[in-house]
Design a protein. Structure first.
Lengths: 433, 225
């Protein structure tokens, strides 16, 4: 939920409560005010009637409500003396303009007692009242309108003011979203004088800087470590080669030595792959020329022919159209080589490898020994390297890294019992070295 | 043949020295920049193996010094850094080859001999061994003067073996040299055996007097009977 909506939902709930409470209090107060105003009128009316009755005793016989809206009944003295003025809400049948027949209408009634010429009477004076239903209805609608107007008002104000106010926040957020370790060099920044946002900006930048530093250090470390390993690896390799040449080595020792030798060679391959990955990530290859992928594929297939033939794998190149792209030739060889090598190693005996080349796509398919692989995972480092020995587990990550470097898309698929690796080449231009 | 090895890592230096002495080269060594510079400037060598990263200086400066002195030494750079920049700079300064650590001794041998052969104009076209002759230029293999047909891979393998005669050539070194970079990640080198088998047959049928021995399953050795 957006911050804006969240604040509106809170505001609308609390405003609903406030407006409701206010409406009730307002209603009660207003009703009271109306009643007290009517009561004053009734009191005045009562006095007038009593005064008139002294001159005109005929009034005293009026015992039903007519146009003059009062009744007088004679009562006992005791009752009259004990009587106190009463204001009542009651109902009388009346008819007004919008009524078809007599209808019960609410009235305010004063019941009082008085004495006239030694006789006691009870007086009822009535006055029409507001209809509470109508009043409540009217008031309810007013309140609903008020509520709506308030909400719309807040919505508009929120949208304009809050958006403006929160602009630095959203700007920082957008910059943070597009930030990529290793590729983004700019820290986030926003023009604001609001303290909180300035704090946010500096905290973000502090964190980013730490991350960038850690990332750089890590990259440097991998690079340095791999470089430092080269010489010791050379020493071990050469020492073993010299040892194995010695005539006095017996067969058993020699076997162990050649095992060690193979392990060292594996270590060398792994180290070379790590070095290569570091170099790609550091963008140390930029001798981009227009390279024909068709030629690269042909060369690669020639190199791997013996290996494939030995494993009874048939490689078919299906070049539909020439595919040319600006790339460092060394990386192009590795890209194609790793894909085909990967196919050769993962095709079981008597399988097929089919390489399709179209104008913007290179596809390498190979007969699968098992079912489909885990789509994205296979491009991650050391995936599957635990299952088999001798492989660096970095071949496909290098493919991914090279493709990423040039903005090409890599995709894995599985179709008719064949693994399929596709590279979609995005059009690129020669970049300056 | 005199070779100067400039390398600051003593163990690596020892290995190279031992290997080159097996090839009957006269080997001199230098571990520091100053000694190396002095030796390179004062004496004449047929070939100099030069590590670029030295304490107190860069191998490239030595290369530069040689060039300024007008010395025509063959130089092979040995570097832990597989950097195109260094490679180009080195070759530009007159180095003849560039070898990245770690390397196989067989490969080092092959590179040194290739460099020496280029310098020695007379012997450049042929390599002789026993009753056989390998013509590098037109890729011909002769036994007692009779040409024996070899396919491309067989010729390359034989060439590599002859550069490393009586020395161990591991399958890894052979695969990298003959089958190129793409074979470097091969999990087994059994495909190498196929070509070796064919080559052995040819050597035997042609009565060449050369034999390829297996060495503990790790590689091969070419010997003259």
């Amino acid at each position: 939920m957006k911050l804006l909506n969240k604040s509106i939902s809170y505001l609308s709930l609390s405003i609903l409560a406030i407006v409701t409470l206010w409406a009730i209090i307002f209603y009660v107060n207003m009703l009271q005010e109306i009643k007290s105003s009517i009561d004053e009128g009734l009191e005045n009316y009562k006095r007038l009637i009593i005064k008139n009755a002294e001159h005109d005793p005929s009034i005293l016989t009026k015992n039903y409500f007519d146009e003059s809206f009062f009744t007088i009944h004679p009562i006992e003295k005791q009752e009259a003396l004990a009587f106190k003025d009463q204001y009542l809400d009651t109902i009388i049948a009346m008819q007004d303009a919008d009524d078809q027949a007599l209808e019960p209408e609410p009235v305010r009634m004063l019941v009082s007692a008085f004495e006239s010429n030694g006789k006691f009477y009870r007086l009822k004076v009535a006055n029409s009242m507001v209809e509470e239903d109508d009043l409540i209805g009217e008031l309810l609608w007013d309140v609903v309108w008020l509520y709506l107007v308030l909400i719309i008002g807040i919505l508009v104000i929120n949208n304009i003011v809050l958006k403006k106010l929160w602009h630095p926040f959203y700007s920082l957020l957008a910059q943070l979203k597009s930030f990529r370790l290793g590729t983004s060099h700019e820290l986030v920044r926003t023009n604001t004088t609001v303290k909180e946002f300035m704090d946010l900006e500096s905290s973000m930048n502090h964190l980013l800087q730490q991350n960038i530093n850690a990332f750089e250090r890590q990259k440097e470390f991998v690079g340095n470590a791999s470089h430092e390993l080269q010489t010791p690896l050379a020493i071990i390799t050469n020492k073993l080669e010299l040892l194995l040449e010695n005539a006095w080595v017996n067969a058993k020792e020699a076997e162990s030595m050649s095992e060690i030798y193979q392990i060292v060679q594996r270590l060398i391959r792994l180290n070379n792959s790590l070095l290569l990955l570091t170099k790609i990530e550091n963008k140390q290859f930029f001798d981009n020329r227009l390279v024909s992928i068709n030629e690269t594929v042909d060369q690669c297939v020639r190199d791997l022919e013996d290996m494939a033939t030995f494993r009874k794998i048939k490689i078919t190149v299906n070049a539909i159209s020439p595919l040319k792209t600006y790339v460092d030739i060394y990386l192009a060889n590795i890209l194609v080589g790793n894909l085909v090598k990967n196919a050769v190693h993962h095709t079981s005996g008597k399988g097929n490898i089919i390489i399709h080349i179209t104008e913007a796509k290179l596809q390498v398919q190979n007969t699968a020994a098992d079912g489909p692989l885990e789509g994205e995972l296979i491009f991650s480092r050391f995936y599957g390297s635990r299952k088999e020995t001798g492989r660096s587990g970095l071949g496909l990550s290098i493919v991914r890294a090279i493709a990423d470097l040039y903005g090409h898309r890599v995709q894995y698929g599985f179709d008719h019992g064949m693994h399929s690796f596709e590279i979609f080449f995005s059009p690129n231009k020669p970049s300056k070295t | 043949m005199k070779i100067l090895v400039i390398e600051d890592e003593i163990q690596l230096l020892k290995n190279i020295k031992e290997s080159l002495e097996k090839e009957n080269f006269l080997v001199e060594t230098a571990m520091g920049f100053e000694t190396a510079m002095e030796k390179a400037m004062v004496y004449a060598y047929d070939c100099i193996l030069l590590d670029i990263m030295l304490p107190n200086g860069s191998g490239l400066d030595i290369l530069d010094g040689l060039k300024k002195e007008g010395k025509q030494e063959n130089v092979i750079i040995i570097s832990a850094k597989d950097s195109l920049d260094d490679k180009l700079k080195g070759l530009d300064l007159g180095a003849d080859d560039y070898l990245t650590k770690p390397f196989h001794l067989a490969e080092l041998n092959a590179r040194i001999k290739a460099v020496l052969r280029r310098k020695d104009l007379d012997g450049s076209r042929f390599m002789e061994l026993g009753n056989t002759k390998l013509n590098i230029e037109n890729r011909q293999f002769l036994v007692d003067g009779t040409p024996i047909p070899l396919n491309r891979k067989e010729f390359d393998i034989l060439n590599y073996f002859m550069l490393n005669k009586s020395r161990l050539v591991t399958k890894n070194a052979l695969a990298e040299h003959v089958w190129g970079d793409n074979s470097d990640q091969a999990d087994n080198f059994d495909f190498v055996y196929y070509q070796i088998k064919n080559l052995r047959k040819r050597l035997l049928e042609s009565k060449s007097g050369l034999e390829i021995d297996s060495v503990y399953g790790v590689g091969y050795k070419l010997i003259v009977k």
